[in-house]
Design a protein around this ligand. Structure first.
Ligand code: ATP
Ligand code: MG
Length: 419
């Protein structure tokens, strides 16, 4: 097939046959988030490149290797968003939302773009649902946001994920940790990948998140942040864990989670699936108490998470879970002749006003072809309209599943369908 008929590598279409699954999931996500007070925010697909460099961090894989960056015709450096938090925070600052009552709770759904090696569960265009809770410093916020993530996963039918939590501290406790990490990695410098060699001075924690197998192996025995937490960060983490337990949320502490984005502080967490192979993290999140400040606003403690919708769909499909139901066609009206077509159109519009999905011929086809089409689209009922039916106003409503027919008055179609 020529290139013009092929989607770009790492991108997928959602076909009409499958879009109901997306609608089902997205609807559950927005409704569950609304129960906790999160309202949807929509931000642009692209931002000034600096927005991501500043927030995600310029020593991260995302910024160093994965961004779709280009100059627009006005000479601005533009980047397709690799994630949404940065753009959302930019908008929160630009629109002064942090001056309104806090916490501000926002959620989003949208496409993200990362130049990664496409494989199962890893795409170049993928979609995230996420939430941001702006202006909430207490551990109760961490527990609530984690509970929301879990509640959303349960509401779409995903159970049995493991929740892994960790704390990566604050700049105060992290400086000591950086020293320890540097000392550790310095002794293994020769074997680190080139990117990590450079990271050693600027941001040794990033080495912990490197995907290269050699770096991963070296990172296994590296010191962990948990041993370096300052008193406040330690207390914060303890309280988050207690609150999770009180809510009946099971978790394990995984001291190796550092997350791939620089803006995280203190609590970080991931929900991991055992059902979808190597790309197993379906949701990741945490606190980013410094981000607002880094982006030029007053310091405002905040946190959030993002889930990958494609990965959630993989889990649901692999576990054979129901994803809502396919949209139905309630009735197909098959007209024969011009007068019947007019009547069919007006009947359809009346039925649609009543909330029924009704279709009729818009291709000028004969009766046989129309009925084949009605079958293909899975119409629940059908009606044939000819001159005779127009005259007597009596029609035969056919149940397409069992073939049963019932004579009814043409004006009581909606009533008959309702039964
Ligand atoms: P990973 O370790 O899998 O690369 P990440 O740490 O880069 O994930 P985040 O930036 O935290 O991921 O994004 C949140 C979620 O978005 C991930 O948990 C995952 O479900 C999804 N996600 C991230 N990158 C991709 C991708 N390239 N393709 C599909 N889903 C993705
Ligand atoms: Mg990644």
């Amino acid at each position: 097939m020529s290139e013009i008929n092929r989607a770009v590598k790492g991108t997928n279409d959602v076909l009409p046959e499958d879009s109901y699954k997306w609608q089902y999931i997205e609807d559950k996500m927005l409704k569950t988030a609304a129960l906790y007070g999160f309202k949807e925010i929509r931000v642009p697909v692209f931002e000034h490149t600096e927005v991501f460099k500043r927030s995600v961090g310029d020593t991260t894989d995302v910024v160093q290797k994965e961004m779709y960056t280009f100059d627009d015709k006005g000479g601005r450096s533009i980047t397709l968003r690799p994630e949404l938090t940065a753009g959302v925070i930019r908008s929160v600052i630009e629109n002064g939302l942090y001056n309104q009552s806090l916490p501000q709770k926002v959620c989003y759904i949208g496409g993200c773009y990362r130049y990664e090696k496409p494989q199962a569960g890893r795409l170049r265009e993928f979609h995230q649902f996420g939430v941001e809770c702006i202006g909430a410093a207490a551990p109760a916020a961490d527990a609530e946001v984690i509970a929301l993530a879990q509640n959303i996963l349960t509401s779409i039918g995903i159970e049995g994920l493991s929740l892994e939590v960790n704390s990566i501290g604050c700049p105060t406790c992290r400086s000591k940790y950086h020293e320890a990490l540097k000392a550790y990695f310095e002794s293994k410098k020769e074997n680190l990948c080139d990117t990590c060699k450079e990271r050693l001075d600027r941001n040794p924690m990033r080495i912990l998140d490197c995907k290269s197998p050699v770096c991963k192996d070296i990172a296994k025995d590296a010191p962990v942040m948990l041993d370096f937490l300052c008193e406040e960060c330690g207390e914060h983490f303890e309280t988050v864990k207690t609150l999770l337990s009180e809510m009946g949320i099971e978790y394990t502490v995984n001291p190796t989670i550092v997350r791939g984005l620089d803006y995280y502080t203190r609590t970080v967490f991931e929900f991991v699936s055992g059902d979808i192979g190597a790309q197993s993290t379906v949701c990741g999140g945490g606190r980013y108490d410094r981000l607002m400040e880094q982006m030029g606003a007053p310091a405002t403690a905040s946190l959030g998470f993002a889930m990958g919708i494609e990965r959630l769909l993989m889990v649901l499909e692999n576990t054979g879970k129901d994803l809502g139901s396919k949209p139905v066609c309630d009735i197909y009206i098959a007209p024969m002749g011009e007068n019947a077509l007019k009547k069919a159109s007006s009947l359809c519009s009346t039925l649609r006003k009543e909330g029924f999905s009704a279709q009729t011929d818009i291709c000028g086809r004969g009766l046989k072809a129309q009925m084949r089409y009605a079958n293909k689209i899975g119409a629940s009922y059908s009606v044939v309209l000819g001159d005779n039916e127009l005259e007597t106003e009596i029609i035969r409503l056919k149940n397409m599943e069992n073939g049963e027919e019932k004579e009814i008055n043409i004006n009581s179609l909606a009533e008959a369908l309702r039964k």
